[in-house]
Ligand binder design. Structure first.
Ligand SMILES: Nc1ncnc2c1ncn2[C@@H]1O[C@H](COP(=O)(O)OP(=O)(O)OP(=O)(O)O)[C@@H](O)[C@H]1O
Ligand SMILES: [Mg+2]
Length: 244
């Protein structure tokens, strides 16, 4: 479903991604871990083409972008629609209700009919447990509720793949569980997911694979049980010792 080949990203003189290769099969969940500055966010932003990779080939659901060639704006826009992104800080529109936040993308980007978009948004908000909050503005929602709106909003675009960048790290501890539950439900329903998170419980329960990044490279990838109980690389051991 996702194929990343030889992905590089450079900001000015700083090379942040140094040749990332990754395959994620349809319906699988990959959790990405690694120290601050290792390139996790940059990797997700490249997959979503919010950043343009310096080099490399991305394929999602049969669509390919090869960044060693010229890539048109149109092909980027169509590629971006394959992925839904959930951000640490929700990025909701403050002047729109929960429902309007979820409806916006399908109407503006996909030109969907308003009534249809409304119905779908309502269903998605019910699914994430916010059926009674659809007319509330973000300022009236808790962090966990805002993040669940963020997930519903990404899902409304009917992406092939969902990308999560530390979706629970801005939340009070008691609100983390409700967001992780929604993510686990999505995983169970067969959504293909890349998740940057420090929630090792989530990684254990929901990930098919955990990928440890450091310094812009993939140091080690394995099944959660393997990598947590039997990390092979020194750098992985040191990192896991620090966070677990
Ligand atoms: N737009 C940018 N311009 C210049 N440098 C950037 C930009 N975005 C990220 N970087 C640099 O790229 C490196 C990797 O950043 P990135 O945000 O991908 O790390 P991360 O692994 O997500 O870290 P964290 O765990 O703190 O979120 C950092 O050194 C960062 O300063
Ligand atoms: Mg980050």
């Amino acid at each position: 479903m996702i194929s990343i080949k030889g992905l590089y990203k450079q900001f000015d003189q700083l090379e942040v991604l140094k040749g990332i290769d990754l395959e994620v099969e349809k319906g699988k969940v990959v959790v990405v871990i690694g120290p601050s500055g290792s390139g996790k966010t940059t990797l997700l932003r490249c997959v979503n083409v919010l950043e343009t990779p310096t080099k490399g080939v991305l394929t999602i659901a049969g669509q390919t972008l090869d960044f060693s060639k010229n890539v048109s704006k149109k092909s980027i826009a169509s590629f971006r629609r394959l992925t839904g992104m959930v951000f640490q800080n929700y990025n909701l529109f403050p002047h729109k209700t929960a429902l309007e936040n979820v409806m916006e993308g399908p109407i503006i980007v996909k030109g969907e009919d308003k009534a249809k978009a409304r119905k779908k948004a309502q269903e998605l908000l019910e699914k994430v447990g916010l059926g009674d909050k659809i007319d509330d503005y973000p300022s009236r929602l808790s962090g966990g509720q805002k993040q669940r709106v963020g997930i519903a909003r990404a899902m409304a675009m009917e992406p092939e793949v969902m990308l999560f960048d530390e979706p629970t790290s801005a939340l009070d501890p008691e609100l983390v569980g409700e967001v992780l539950k929604v993510m686990k439900d999505l995983a169970r329903e067969g959504m293909t997911m890349m998740v940057v998170t420090h929630e090792m419980r989530f990684a254990r329960d929901a990930a098919d694979e955990v990928m440890f990044m450091d310094g812009g490279v993939v140091v080690e990838r394995n099944k959660p049980n393997e990598i947590f109980s039997n990390p092979k690389e020194e750098r992985t051991k040191r990192f896991l010792n620090m966070i677990m």
